[in-house]
Design a protein around this ligand. Structure first.
Ligand code: PDD
Length: 288
């Protein structure tokens, strides 16, 4: 790696070149997956849906009985500084909190100093082929734990699901439980019924409460579109007018193929185009 590509990263109070940022082998994030993460999009050098990500971060940390070492205002200031120092116009900010480092023991010391890592990653988010072409999803059993509302770093089931999907030429895995789609391996799932109703699961312990979901549903409500928060099956998706996913790294993208079956005419539909345009406009207007 050349000097020009060495990023500045944040580690426990210090801004460091990425090759000088080192963590303990005793970190509980490494040993137990005892940690929480957030991924925030950056467009035009600004953070997208930042307040939503900070609210979810605080909640996830609280749900595991942790505590952030600094305030979310301080975190946002660090994220902005990293975006600026790394000249990041478009991409992602990754944040990881862990319970901290000490000798391996399932029981942890209450006074442990948490670990906080933040780094930026360049990525084209807006003008990607998927917007015009759509994505293909493959359904498979949801093998995750029962508290998916917590944005835990234990992502092995998602890593394996995505690998299995990709091996068969699909872009994303859809995770199925009791015959219903919970969500994508790293995205929220939606269908639009033939009578124009947007359907996505209600938030619960079964899925991650998506920040992009929150923003998209708010825009849909403002537009007066019909919404139903309920689970749906793969068969219902195959018969739907449109299928979508949302995530911080994709914003909103159309799914044009589910398990090999084309959705509608196999092209991204009009409701998707409308909400993508609305989302992008809103994301820029509210970016910080
Ligand atoms: N993943 N569901 C799951 C399981 C996810 O991992 C994600 C995001 C989402 C969408 O949430 P949001 O709109 O807040 O990004 C839903 C991130 C992008 C990731 O792991 O990279």
């Amino acid at each position: 790696m050349t000097a020009a590509t060495i990023r500045t990263v944040y580690l426990n109070g210090a801004f460091l070149p990425e090759n000088e940022a080192h963590l303990s082998i005793f970190d509980r994030g490494f040993l137990f997956g005892d940690g929480i993460y957030e991924v925030t999009a950056v467009l035009d050098g600004k953070l997208i849906d930042s307040a939503l990500h900070m609210t979810r971060l605080e909640r996830s940390v609280e749900e595991i009985g942790g505590r952030l070492p600094i305030t979310t205002d301080e975190i946002v200031a660090i994220e902005k500084r990293l975006v600026e120092e790394n000249h990041l116009a478009e991409g992602l900010v990754y944040l990881q909190y862990t319970r901290g480092a000490e000798d391996r023991n399932f029981f942890y010391s209450e006074d442990l100093q948490p670990t906080l890592v933040i780094f930026t990653q360049q990525k084209t988010l807006e003008h990607v082929a998927a917007v015009e072409k759509g994505l293909k999803v493959k359904s498979m059993p949801d093998q995750r734990w029962a508290r998916r509302d917590i944005k835990s770093v234990c992502l092995l089931p998602q890593v394996l699901a995505k690998r299995a999907a990709r091996a068969e030429g699909f872009d994303e895995a859809w995770l199925i439980e009791n015959g219903m789609v919970t969500e994508g391996a790293s995205s929220t799932a939606y269908i639009v019924t033939r009578d124009g109703r947007i359907v996505t699961r209600a938030n619960s312990h079964a899925t991650l409460p998506g920040c992009t979901r929150l923003a998209v549903l708010e825009l849909a409500r403002e537009e007066g579109l019909a919404l139903e928060e309920r689970a749906f099956s793969v068969d219902e998706a195959k018969a739907a007018a449109e299928v979508w996913l949302t995530s911080a790294s994709n914003f909103i993208v159309s799914i044009t193929n589910v398990d090999g079956a084309a959705i509608g005419d196999g092209k991204p539909g009009p409701m998707f185009r409308r909400l993508r345009a609305l989302y992008m406009e809103n994301a820029r207007r509210t970016a910080i």
